[in-house]
Design a protein around this ligand. Structure first.
Ligand SMILES: Nc1ncnc2c1ncn2[C@@H]1O[C@H](COP(=O)(O)OP(=O)(O)OP(=O)(O)O)[C@@H](O)[C@H]1O
Ligand SMILES: [Mg+2]
Length: 240
């Protein structure tokens, strides 16, 4: 489903690097693969490169070197429309995601954009909202929701499209314990391949058989979640 080979990513000049020194890559030599229906937790200290990797996988950032394919589609600018139909991402900050006035409009936006008939779009929006336990937020203004409500609304907007690959950046942040359990149960019931960036070891354990740890933009460890999350020395060395 997902093949990542030797990917290196640089950001444009940042404050540290206005001069001529070569920039530090945000990701270097990253390789891994994920099978159909596979679920991989992506862990690593703040700044390790998790969000960068997710943004690169959906073509928001372009790698300087390396190859990525998602569902057989090479990730490159000319294929972004095809890619977006296969891959759905929930951003780390829900304010980056919600942009229509109300929750119902926001969640239905992608469906309408892809020409799904109005009655079907409405039904799919209702089903997705109630599945996530937020049917009551349907007519609320998106920008007036709480952090956790925004997170769930953003997730609804992605799930409603039924992408074959889900990229979730800190999906459990801002959520109260009950919403966290709902989220875990919903995600556990989905057939899609998933890459889940998280600091929440309970969520990683509950959902992902495998875990990949990034450190300073490189793959530091990759293996069974049960082994990795019980290896205190490894976690300490990864800055976790
Ligand atoms: N827009 C940007 N411009 C320049 N550098 C950036 C930008 N975004 C992130 N970086 C840098 O790239 C590196 C990786 O950042 P990234 O956001 O991928 O980390 P992360 O693992 O998602 O961290 P967190 O756990 O805090 O979300 C960091 O050194 C960060 O400072
Ligand atoms: Mg991040």
């Amino acid at each position: 489903m997902v093949q990542v080979t030797d990917v290196t990513v640089y950001y444009e000049k940042n404050e540290k690097n206005q001069k001529s020194e070569p920039a530090e890559p945000a990701l270097s030599g990253v390789s891994f693969s994920l099978g159909a229906g596979g679920r991989l937790a992506l862990m690593g200290a703040n700044g390790a490169g998790k969000s960068t990797l997710l943004l690169t996988l959906i073509g928001v950032l372009l790698p300087a070197t390396g190859e990525i394919t998602v569902a057989g589609i090479p990730v490159r600018p000319s294929r972004l429309r095809d890619l977006r139909q296969q891959a759905g991402m929930v951003f780390q900050n829900p304010d980056d995601q919600l942009f229509m006035p109300t929750v119902a409009e926001d969640v239905g936006f992608g469906l309408r954009n892809y020409g799904v008939a109005e009655a079907e779009a409405r039904a799919r929006v209702d089903r997705t909202l109630s599945r996530l336990g937020i049917g009551h937020l349907k007519h609320r203004f998106s920008h007036r929701l709480s952090g956790g409500e925004k997170r769930l609304a953003a997730l609804a907007g992605v799930l409603v499209m039924e992408p074959s690959f889900l990229l979730l950046d800190e999906p459990s942040s801002f959520l109260d314990p009950k919403a966290r359990r709902t989220l875990t149960a919903v995600l556990a019931g989905l057939p899609q391949a998933m890459l889940l960036a998280t600091h929440d070891t309970d969520t990683a354990r509950a959902l992902c058989p495998d875990t990949l740890i990034l450190k300073n933009g490189r793959v530091f460890a990759c293996g069974h979640t049960a082994d990795i999350l019980t290896d205190a020395a490894l976690l300490a060395e990864a800055g976790l």
